[in-house]
Each structure stands twice: as C-alpha cells, then as structure tokens.
Design a protein around this ligand. Structure first.
Ligand code: MG
Length: 257
C-alpha cells in the first residue's frame, strides 16, 4: 500500500494511492485507520512530504563504492548524523541552493519511515517498528562538509532533505536485502545506480544501532546511505531519485531568495 500526505483546498490529509487517485484516510497511518471511500484525483492535489519527522537520522558511508569515491574507508562503527525537521521538503518542492556553498551534491537514498515509538529494538523486532519506505535525497554541501568538523550546516540546511513521493508499506527488510535499484538522474541523465543489497549494514542493524542510543517516534526517518556516483547540482537542474518498488521523487534546484 502506498500512503501519501497531501493538501487540497487548504486541507491536509493522508490517502492511499490507487492508480491515479487517492482514497482519503480517516485519521492517520500511525494507528489503525479506515479508508473513507472518498476519492481525489492525484493531479488535483499537492503531494507533501509523506511524513513530518521529529528527526531524520542519517547513516553515512553505508555503500563501499561510495565511501571509496570520496576517499573514505567504510567505518567500523556507522557514521550517524541528523538532518533537522526544517530540512524536509516534499515531492516537487524546490531545493534552494545555499548561499554558503559552491558545491552542492545529490545523494539518492532509501528512507525508512518509523511507525511506532521504539527504543532498544532487538534485531528480530526491527521490522515491526517500520511503517514503510520512501525515497530521499540527502542533499549535501560537499565543500562545507569538507571544511567543517560537524555536518550540521553541510547536510542540514533548509530544503536539504527531499522525501517522497509516498510511503510504500508493502516491502519488508528481506526485499531491501534482496536488492532494490536506487537511481538518481539529473535532467534525465543517470548519475547514480546502486542496489540496496550493497548496503554495508542492512536496515535491521541500523535500527538496532540507532535505538540503542535514542527513542524513535512515529514518522521519524532513517536515511540508509547513498550508492556511488554522487555529484554536483546547479541552479535550474531537475534531480530525481527513483527506487524500485517505491516510486520517483523529483525536485528542482533554484536560487535561494
Ligand atoms: Mg547520505
């Protein structure tokens, strides 16, 4: 099932995507919900970020080829950082090029959406805390990342976390481990193509590692790292992240006003 968050005529809600329509949900997807049967055409709504995370916990260097392309080794302990809630934007929203960077990169990533409050999750329960999966772009000011010890500005600026277009609930960690294609195109040209089977640490291990330290809340998001092929974005570019079995997240880079 694909669950989208949308606005229409100033109202915000969740709906189940069925073909080119949304079946509006009564309530929200973090509890038992009913479909209302009220259908809205997808092209009449604005899709919003599918969730509003309290926090986005991101993992760095989780694909060996990507670590190598930037001259890094795969770390013994996962590189973990935050992207703030204010970095999140939805499908079709503009990415404002930050004034303090000359080198902004795309990073196509599988995003895990957490479905329930959890901490100290044992590996065998990890799949129970997942609502589903969506596409993410871990937009990074690479030059800033290289000159500042912590990545809060380089990876946390407004608009640096496009998410969407919806949450696919029909995949489980075994599907991810089997290898979904993760692709990034810029202006229609392929820049990244990897498989989730190449993740150094699978989704369950990331959930164990993160919740050893902190409570995850419904709607929180884990970014699972990017495959090789990262590269620059320029003002005017259209960047698209496509994940097999989920969908495509498209955003345009604009000059920040
Ligand atoms: Mg990343």
């Amino acid at each position: 099932m694909r669950i989208a968050r949308f606005s229409i005529d100033g109202n915000v809600g969740f709906g189940v995507v069925e073909g080119d329509e949304l079946d509006v949900i009564k309530g929200h997807p973090f509890a038992e919900f009913e479909r209302s049967g009220q259908k809205v055409p997808l092209d009449k709504v604005r899709l919003l970020p599918p969730v509003l995370p309290n926090k986005v916990v991101a993992i760095g260097r989780n694909y060996a080829e990507h670590a190598a392309e930037l001259g890094n080794a795969v770390p013994d302990v996962p590189v973990t950082f935050f992207k703030p809630s204010t970095s999140v934007i939805g499908p079709g929203d503009p990415i404002g090029y930050p004034s303090f960077s000359q080198e902004v990169h795309h990073e196509a990533e599988l995003a895990v959406v957490i479905g329930r409050m959890c901490r100290e999750v044992p590996r065998e329960r990890a799949k129970d805390v997942i609502l589903g999966y969506t596409c993410a772009n871990d937009i990074t000011a690479r030059d800033v990342q290289q000159r500042e010890a912590q990545w809060a500005r380089a990876k946390g600026f407004d608009g640096s976390c496009p998410l969407g277009p919806w949450v696919e609930t029909g995949l489980d960690p075994a599907d991810i481990a089997a290898g979904l294609a993760v692709q990034c195109t810029v202006n229609g040209e392929q820049r990244q193509l990897g498989r989730t089977s190449d993740m150094v640490r699978p989704v369950e291990d990331l959930i164990v590692h993160i919740t050893e330290a902190m409570t995850l809340l419904p709607g929180d998001v884990i970014l699972t790292g990017t495959p090789a092929g990262v590269g620059p974005l320029n003002v005017g570019d259209e960047v698209a992240v496509t994940i097999e079995g989920i969908g495509t997240l498209t955003n345009k880079v604009i000059k920040r006003g």
